[in-house]
Design a protein around this ligand. Structure first.
Ligand SMILES: *[C@@H]1O[C@H](CO)[C@@H](O)[C@H](O)[C@H]1NC(C)=O
Ligand SMILES: *[C@@H]1O[C@H](CO)[C@@H](O)[C@H](O)[C@H]1NC(C)=O
Ligand SMILES: *[C@@H]1O[C@H](CO)[C@@H](O)[C@H](O)[C@H]1NC(C)=O
Length: 489
């Protein structure tokens, strides 16, 4: 009897649909920083001073109650902070103490399961942040009491202590410890077969217990690469790793060990080009660094996570409040080849600086949905969702640079042609004749952000009205059928 009961439970738990890389390619991810997204009481006034580095009260129930705010922006997946139990005041979730218990500040096991089913019932995926590199200890490395780490309760589960002195020394980066004497991060010995085995069974159980569809993996460069293939296989879902490094030939090779990495090389390029107005050639070089014949060890640009804000880096508007520049950066990240990842608060034009500044409580915005960037993000996701679901060549079509000048670039990804500029709000009004768009002569072309219409010339080009440095997203009228965009039905 006992055995049969257990096997029924196991088969139900594993009966969910494990989402693969291919399933994720079409998704658009909204990054939630759990402590700062929504409180269970739905407050829009509860104070949260980011400088204090303490919990502000966001919960899984709070997220569940606000899913329509995310869904109505066109997102089809939500990434949440790590869910494991933590040392005191680790509101971000990166100092875990027990892999098998959940962070009670964020809610209960049942509330987390309820969030997963609420997402699934809305057709959205759940991505959970996971930390295979380390545990957390509130004190110096020589005071760690290993018995408190339930599964890894002896020192031999960890590397012996050393400090990372040289970030260029990969052996040190993988084996030495992060942190200091306020908070130290005992470094899990992931190359030990016994430890790897325990990690594999943990991740398998985590994914099935909480019906997780994908993982965001923290501190990937601090873990031995060989750890990942069996681990992600045990998870059985899409794996996207954080390799926080701008060098293409350092970051992209990790894609040979997991489905995807967050595209840090492109992140730096997006911020240089659209925030600091450097030459568009910068973007051209970075786009080519993954697409050309698996250069730099990159495997598949259409699976990389494309972003330009997150909880670790100063927000884009902390440098410039120019609305056109941020609209171009957003248009680029949604229309480019990778999976878009937008961090909570971008849609509210939050402007926080470096961590912890960029971890503002979203509730203080009042969850307004009529803001310029909420609407802009919704339009961009809508066009990507529509084209990718009606044209099966779109998602795997690698973007081509049609032409560029120092401040303007013309791109094509299958049906969608994008004109981006870093001229900013002062860009003025002028007509730009496109180059290399290859529309069908005489066809009507719609710019979906303004709903302006153009007729393609005999050469397949259009004369686009450029205005105030805004981005242009052009598609043939025929591709908009049934889209509900710009009046097409
Ligand atoms: C430890 O925390 C104290 C109090 O917050 C702070 O003043 C000090 O700089 C921290 N030390 C390190 C090494 O971060
Ligand atoms: C990686 O690229 C950088 C910059 O292009 C270059 O300086 C470095 O030598 C390259 N490293 C390797 C291992 O190829
Ligand atoms: C922008 O970059 C291109 C390609 O490197 C170069 O030809 C052009 O002169 C640059 N323009 C400016 C204004 O620096």
């Amino acid at each position: 009897m006992k055995f049969s009961t257990i096997s029924v439970i196991v088969s139900l738990a594993t009966g969910g649909s494990a989402a693969s890389a291919g399933d994720w390619r079409s998704r658009s991810i909204y990054q939630v920083f759990t402590d700062r997204f929504a409180r269970t009481d739905g407050s829009t006034t509860y104070p949260c001073d980011v400088r204090n580095n303490i919990y502000c009260g966001g919960t899984w129930k709070g997220i569940e109650n606000k899913l329509d705010y995310i869904k109505n922006m066109g997102f089809t997946a939500v990434w949440i902070s790590p869910i494991t139990a933590q040392v005191a005041e680790a509101y971000h979730g990166y100092y875990q103490t027990d892999l098998y218990s959940v962070n009670s500040k964020f809610g209960t096991v049942n509330e987390l399961k309820s969030l997963a089913s609420a997402l699934h019932s809305k057709g959205m995926y759940l991505m959970v942040d996971v930390v295979p590199n380390h545990m957390g200890w509130a004190g110096c490395h020589d005071t760690v009491n290993y018995r408190t780490f339930k599964q890894f309760n002896t020192a031999d589960h960890f590397h012996s202590y050393c400090e990372i002195k040289d970030m260029k020394n990969q052996n040190q980066v993988e084996k030495c410890w992060l942190g200091n004497c306020n908070i130290t991060m005992p470094d899990i010995k992931t190359e030990s077969p016994q430890v790897a085995k325990e990690m594999n069974s943990w991740i398998k159980s985590l994914v099935s217990t909480y019906s997780i569809d994908g993982l965001r993996i923290d501190s990937v460069k601090n873990v031995n690469k060989d750890f990942f293939p069996p681990w992600c296989k045990s998870a059985g879902v899409f794996c996207m790793g954080e390799v926080s490094e701008g060098l293409a030939n350092y970051t992209y090779p990790y894609q040979q060990y997991m489905d995807s990495v967050l595209d840090y090389p492109l992140y730096y390029s997006i911020t240089r080009v659209f925030q600091k107005k450097t030459n568009m050639s910068d973007l051209v070089v970075n786009l080519a660094s993954c697409t050309e014949n698996a250069k730099n060890g990159c495997k598949d640009a259409t699976l990389l996570g494309t972003f330009f804000e997150n909880h670790d880096n100063a927000r884009f508007p902390s440098v410039t409040n120019d609305m056109s520049l941020v609209k171009n950066a957003l248009a680029f990240s949604v229309m480019s080849d990778g999976i878009p990842v937008i961090y909570q608060g971008q849609e509210q034009h939050f402007a926080g600086g470096d961590d912890p500044g960029c971890r503002e409580a979203l509730w203080l915005s009042g969850y307004k949905t009529d803001t310029p960037l909420y609407k802009h993000t919704a339009y961009l996701n809508q066009i990507r969702n529509h084209i990718s679901s009606t044209q099966n060549t779109y998602l795997t079509y690698y973007s081509r640079v049609l032409s560029y000048t120092a401040d303007t670039i013309q791109l094509r990804k299958d049906a969608i042609r994008t004109i981006l500029t870093n001229q900013g709000e002062d860009g003025g009004s002028y007509t730009l004749t496109t180059q290399g768009m290859a529309f069908t002569s005489g066809e009507t072309v719609v710019e979906v952000l303004s709903c302006n219409k153009y007729t393609a010339s005999a050469k397949g080009e259009v004369d686009v009205k450029m205005s105030g440095g805004l981005p242009n997203v052009l598609v043939p009228e025929g591709a908009l059928k049934k889209s509900t965009m710009c009046g097409y039905t």
